[in-house]
Design a protein around this ligand. Sequence first.
Ligand SMILES: Nc1ncnc2c1ncn2[C@@H]1O[C@H](COP(=O)(O)OP(=O)(O)O)[C@@H](O)[C@H]1O
Ligand SMILES: [Mg+2]
Length: 246
Amino acid sequence: MEIKNLSKTFFSDKGMDTVIDEVSFDVKDGEFLVILGPGRCGKTVLLNLIAGLLEKTTGKVLLKGQELDGPNKDLSMVFQKLALMSFKTVMENVELGLKFSGVEKRERRKLAQHYIDLVGLNGFENSYPKQLSGGMKQRVGIARAYAVKPEILIMDEPFGQLDAQTRYSMQNEILRIWQEEKRTVIFVTNNIEEACYLADRIILLSEYPATVKEIYEIDMKRPRDRVDEEFLSLRTEISDNTDLGI
Ligand SMILES: Nc1ncnc2c1ncn2[C@@H]1O[C@H](COP(=O)(O)OP(=O)(O)O)[C@@H](O)[C@H]1O
Ligand SMILES: [Mg+2]
């Protein structure tokens, strides 16, 4: 995928507000790409532009050489705030995207069950969201996004609301799922350590309005050790290059 000179300016009574300013980068097949940037810098707007949920002011998004315009079934989103249906079960929530794309019931069930098993929610098919912990709800969101078999999964700060311990375990889970499913992931975070732990490459964004500040290739072997020298020096290097704090 190629993101070329993407910009977004909002127009209102108060004037113009440029949130994304000429952002360009590519996304390699199968990679775990992390977009790292401070709060309010424009990360969610950028993802919405990529996913075709928001109109671009300038620029292009190309997938396999074809320009994307509007929502596309090759892209699937895991949201920051959970978008689960409270009156539907885990199974029904995971089936939702499949239902929209017209997959028939038996096939739908089979696919949904596969992804429920993959995210470790076997046995919770008939539970409702309110009966689940924060980490489990995120697993439902991840299963739902994977179930439609998109080319690229886009995840917007999916672990931002989780406590530290659950967040660490979900980071390991998302890597395991990525390695099993072999699909491209674009993962957004404002957390430097999370970015260093997960990424094949990090696109570091500036403060608002978002521009690409730096691109880091991360070739540390996995699983990574958050306290070894290589990890800490990368973390420090990125930290010194941002206003993100630690
Ligand atoms: N629909 C909109 N209209 C006007 N301004 C918006 C709109 N959506 C987002 N913004 C502005 O864009 C900026 C970046 O927002 P966002 O992408 O949500 O940041 P992040 O996800 O990095 O925390 C914010 O200042 C926000 O007010
Ligand atoms: Mg956001």
